[in-house]
Write a protein that binds this ligand. Structure first.
Ligand code: PEP
Ligand code: MN
Length: 340
């Protein structure tokens, strides 16, 4: 079983003493990079924005005293230049920066010819192309060893997690770029230490290659992201509760037989959908002949309610069935609109 790649450390580099305390917290934990934000992108001005260049020698001290490899966030060519000069070992590009192709391009150009581990977070908005685009900008310009970090997507109203995991986008990223390691960042996704184990477990079950978790010696007094940081002891606990699964693709006879059944059912589902759309097409012609509207709210409401009830008796989730019906309905409307 491959050991996941762990990145751990405080949200921000607050002082040399705080970094040393966080470094001690991580003693004995098998992490690869010690993270600490030096330039902190904040959504609104007025809160702690990092110590900037002043914090770089503190991180050098952590490298020397503890032998840890250090990762920091870079958001401009100047950050890259200063961090490279200071001998920082790895960089990440934050979610806000990844939304801006000009910023990503500037960072890419400043990394020309540089071979350094670079972690690219997903953009704050759920846009797979923007995320992949950032990867491409970096790989066209530099020799950086690219990793992706999934940290979820901004939402207007916080539900259980601060950011919506929308796991499907991360899985689609994996399909497009199976060559790149994909790390999950439960800390920024969850925004709260109580949900970190469940998010970490989902990530491991989905075959992510590692985890990024924030650690502070005294989380309550952290200058940034206080609610989500763990002590070293809590991180240890989380990692020992985590179930790591075998990462090989099973191909024993039992699975192969079941997959044959799945493939046959999938093709039946498609045939039934095609038949359904043909009928929607016939109805579309009749509606056009009678000059009636395509969308009929009462019929749609009844159809949805009836099928959600049936789905429940079949043990299917309401969310999945509602989304599926919505997609089918949209497609039927598109077909019928061709008669207008
Ligand atoms: C961070 O990792 O410090 C950070 C600001 O995260 P994100 O870019 O994911 O919001
Ligand atoms: Mn943080």
């Amino acid at each position: 079983m491959d050991q996941p790649l762990y990145i751990a450390g405080p949200c921000s580099a607050e002082s040399l003493d705080q970094l040393i305390a966080a470094a001690h917290e991580l003693n004995g934990i098998p992490f690869k990079y010690f993270r600490a934000g030096v330039w902190k992108p904040r959504t609104r001005p007025g809160s702690f924005e990092g110590h900037g260049i002043k914090a770089l020698p503190w991180l050098n001290e952590i490298q020397q005293k503890f032998g840890y490899k250090i990762a920091i966030e870079v958001a401009s060519a100047l950050h890259v230049e200063q961090a490279l000069k200071a001998g920082i070992d790895a960089f990440w590009i934050g979610a806000r920066s990844v939304t801006n192709p000009f910023t990503v391009q500037e960072i890419a150009d400043s990394l020309r010819g540089v071979n350094i581990p670079l972690f690219i977070k997903n953009p704050v908005n759920p846009d797979l192309k923007l995320w992949i685009g950032a990867v491409e900008r970096i790989e066209h310009a530099s020799k950086a060893q690219i990793h992706a970090i999934h940290r979820g997507f901004s939402v207007y109203e916080k539900l259980r997690y601060r950011n919506d995991p929308n796991w499907q986008i991360a899985l689609d990223f994996k399909i497009e770029r199976p060559d790149l390691p994909l790390i999950c960042d439960p800390s920024h996704m969850g925004g709260n230490r109580d949900v970190l184990l469940e998010l970490s477990q989902i990530a491991m079950d989905l075959h992510f290659d590692g985890l990024h978790l924030e650690v502070h010696h005294h989380p309550q007094s952290a200058l940034t992201d206080a609610e989500q940081q763990l002590t070293g002891k809590e991180l240890n606990q989380l990692l020992s509760n985590l179930r790591l699964r075998n990462r090989v693709d099973l191909s024993n006879q039992e699975i192969l037989d079941l997959r044959i059944k799945i493939d046959s059912l999938d093709s039946q589902v498609l045939q039934i959908l095609a038949e359904r759309m043909k009928i929607a097409d016939q109805i579309g012609q009749i509606k056009a002949e009678h000059n009636t509207t395509i969308y009929q709210a009462k019929r749609w409401k009844e159809l949805k309610e009836k099928n959600v009830r049936i789905a429940e008796t079949l043990g299917l989730s309401e969310e999945m069935v509602s989304q599926l019906l919505k997609l089918i309905h949209q497609e039927a409307i598109r077909i019928q609109a061709s008669y207008l």
